[in-house]
Design a protein around this ligand. Structure first.
Ligand code: SF4
Length: 106
């Protein structure tokens, strides 16, 4: 579980994403969001991987194979969906089987 300092560090990412999502929703009809790429700067900051099984255990020793976006508290996708929104990355979808270091038990 991220500590308070880590959470505060994620705040700018979440705010930027939320503003982007609001702008997108306000100007276009609803559609599937673009997928977050692993190499995008905001993804690199939190070690996002589109497949939780590929997370490097040396880099993220707290990661457990059972942790995925689908069971993260910040995941906004529908149950059973392959991808969905994330409160951290507003405006982009993440893979349901993905993971990042901001994962929180859902
Ligand atoms: S683990 Fe949680 S915070 Fe990280 S990308 Fe997936 S849904 Fe978002």
């Amino acid at each position: 579980m991220p500590c308070r300092r880590q959470f505060l560090g994620y705040l700018p990412l979440a705010l930027t994403g939320s503003i982007a999502a609001a702008a997108t929703l306000g100007s276009r009809p609803a559609r599937a969001a673009a997928m977050l790429g692993e190499q995008e700067p905001q993804a690199l900051k939190v070690g996002y991987m589109a497949d939780s099984s590929r997370v490097d255990p040396r880099k993220y020793p707290a990661h457990k194979p059972s942790q995925t976006c689908a069971n993260c508290q910040l995941y906004q996708g529908d149950e059973g969906s392959a991808a969905g929104g994330c409160a951290l990355f507003g405006g982009k979808d993440v893979a349901a089987k993905g993971w990042c270091s901001a994962w929180e038990q859902g």
